[in-house]
Design a binder for this molecule. Structure first.
Ligand SMILES: *Cc1c(COP(=O)(O)O)cnc(C)c1O
Length: 368
């Protein structure tokens, strides 16, 4: 009989390699073993097995490929967060000395990544008003070092719908690469790859995961770029954990059901609010932004929302509200806030899957 020391280390591996689970299990392992040296050498010759989870893991591969399939793109890769996926996308295209052109209303985290981190790597960033096509073209023709254009399919918090086809024509004309953050829309609402984007990125923390219990990212698109992005993720340690990948894949199974219900609720909320506040709702997606009239005390409004929680994120199955003025857009100066239109009366609501009338009743009570 072996010692307790040995038994406790070499735990039983019941049924391994013979059972067929209905759903993919979590491969919660940092590395993979081989039954022979030949098999291990086969890995290096590209026979498709696994070696080390930072490089590749079945769960993270399943997430990357599932998001690629949803977006209609040939290849995808998972990353440890939306930010990691965005960085991997950027670094699959540009290097020191190159320039990037981004929409001035990109997500706050993306803005900081571009402004603070890329600059430190010697990558220059330009911001432009992407609602103005001639301003974009002006930048592209003025700065020939621009290699990559970054925008979002639906922007935050005023839900501007990006003209992805227009950007795509422009990038083709000038031989650039286009990356679209599709977090707010999801492939249920918009498919940027089919509209000409080279790379599509997600904070899977939001609608793909959908339950507010994971931080994860995914990058999909042109196979040649995704192959480079995979190396960036491996080399910079931006890989997602197998368990988080597994949870995200599980969440994706109900993506369409959730998006249907959340979009319907968002429509009803936008409709209900339109004679009570100034409302932004582009007719797509599940976020509604509104500006309460001056006579409504915003602090009291937030206190009166009952079961609608105040959460500075979005996309869960629960209806939540956030306050851009002092959270997502806090870092902006008063002037910058004014320029994009964020005021002390601006509220961003993320519609959940609850009963529509219950949400409307709760909002009505709060406004009263
Ligand atoms: C949340 C978010 C991100 C960042 O994603 P993380 O998962 O928090 O890293 C990027 N883009 C958009 C549009 C987001 O909403």
């Amino acid at each position: 009989m072996k010692s307790l020391e040995t038994i406790s280390v070499h735990t039983a591996k019941a049924g391994e390699r013979t059972i067929q689970p209905k759903v993919m299990p979590v491969f919660q392992t940092s590395a993979f073993s081989f039954s022979s040296l030949e098999e291990m050498e086969g890995y290096y010759e590209g026979n498709g097995t696994y070696l080390y989870s930072r490089t590749a893991n079945p769960n993270t591969d399943a997430l990357g490929q599932t998001v690629a399939n949803l977006e209609g793109a040939p290849k995808g890769v998972a990353a440890s967060s939306g930010m990691a996926a965005i960085l991997a996308g950027i670094l699959s295209v540009v290097q020191t000395g190159d320039h990037v052109l981004a929409a001035e209303d990109v997500y706050g985290g993306t803005f900081l990544l571009l402004k603070e981190e890329l600059l430190r790597m010697g990558i220059h960033v330009h911001f432009a008003d992407f609602s103005n096509a001639s301003e974009i073209e002006q930048h592209v023709t003025d700065f020939l070092e621009i290699k990559l254009i970054i925008s979002e399919s639906i922007t935050n918090p005023f839900l501007r719908l990006e003209d992805i086809e227009g950007l795509s024509r422009l990038k083709d004309q000038y031989g650039l690469t286009l990356m679209i953050d599709n977090t707010f829309a999801t492939p249920y609402t918009i498919k940027p790859y089919a509209l000409g984007a080279d790379l599509v990125v997600h904070s899977a923390t939001k609608y793909l995961g959908g339950h507010g219990d994971v931080t994860a990212g995914a990058l999909v698109g042109r196979a040649d770029l995704i192959t480079i992005a995979e190396s960036r993720i491996t080399n910079l340690g931006m890989n997602l954990s197998p368990h988080e990948a597994w949870l995200t894949v599980r969440g994706i199974k109900t993506l369409v059901l959730r998006m249907k219900a959340q979009t319907e609720n968002a429509r009803a909320i936008a409709d209900f609010l339109k004679d009570k506040a100034r409302v932004w709702y582009p007719g797509k997606g599940a976020i509604v932004t509104f500006e309460l009239p001056e006579h409504v005390d915003v602090y009291r409004f937030f206190k009166s929302l009952g079961w609608i929680q105040i959460v500075p994120t979005l996309a869960g199955v629960e209806t939540t509200v956030s306050y851009p003025y002092s959270t997502s857009h806090r870092a902006l100066s008063e002037e910058e806030k004014q320029k994009i239109g964020v005021t002390k009366q601006t509220v961003r609501l993320s519609a959940g899957i609850e009963g529509t009338q219950d949400i409307l009743d709760q909002l009505a009570a709060a406004i009263k």
